[in-house]
Design a protein. Structure first.
Length: 141
């Protein structure tokens, strides 16, 4: 890194505090996935309340609010992680919608899946393409 003129450690990219991380994270969730995300905090089954809160304050509050990457890049990376895990089709649907809302269109998502194919195999590739088609069709209505 020093060879390229990058001084370590890098400056903090954090933009939230303990007091604001939940609110800021929830607002980021809503901007990417719609107002239904607010209802996940109030209307979801009680047994899901901890995980829903952790998603808002940790995932979205601590990470999605940081500098360095924009929403398109962050959603693309999240999509790749979920895609590679397999067995996370519901989350892949959500992050397909998030990608489209962030500006990564169907063509871009297909390209991402094609780049991952050597590592994830044909079954996950085909599943992801079906999900992309399904979500893109739903969002276009």
């Amino acid at each position: 890194m020093e060879e390229f003129g990058i001084t370590l450690p890098l400056p903090s990219q954090k933009n939230v505090t303990e007091k604001t991380r939940f609110h800021d994270g929830l607002e980021r969730q809503v901007s990417l996935f719609g107002p239904g995300m607010r209802k996940q905090q109030t209307d979801a089954p009680e047994l899901r309340s901890n995980v829903n809160r952790w998603l808002a304050d940790n995932c979205f509050g601590d990470y999605y609010t940081r500098n360095g990457l924009n929403d398109r890049e962050r959603e693309m990376i999240t999509f790749c992680f979920i895609l590679a895990q397999g067995g996370c089709e519901n989350q892949l649907r959500g992050h397909t919608a998030g990608n489209i809302m962030a500006g990564n269109d169907k063509s871009k998502l297909y390209s991402i899946v094609e780049q991952c194919m050597p590592y994830i195999g044909y079954p996950r590739t085909l599943n992801a393409m079906n999900i992309i088609d399904e979500v893109a069709d739903q969002l276009s209505k």
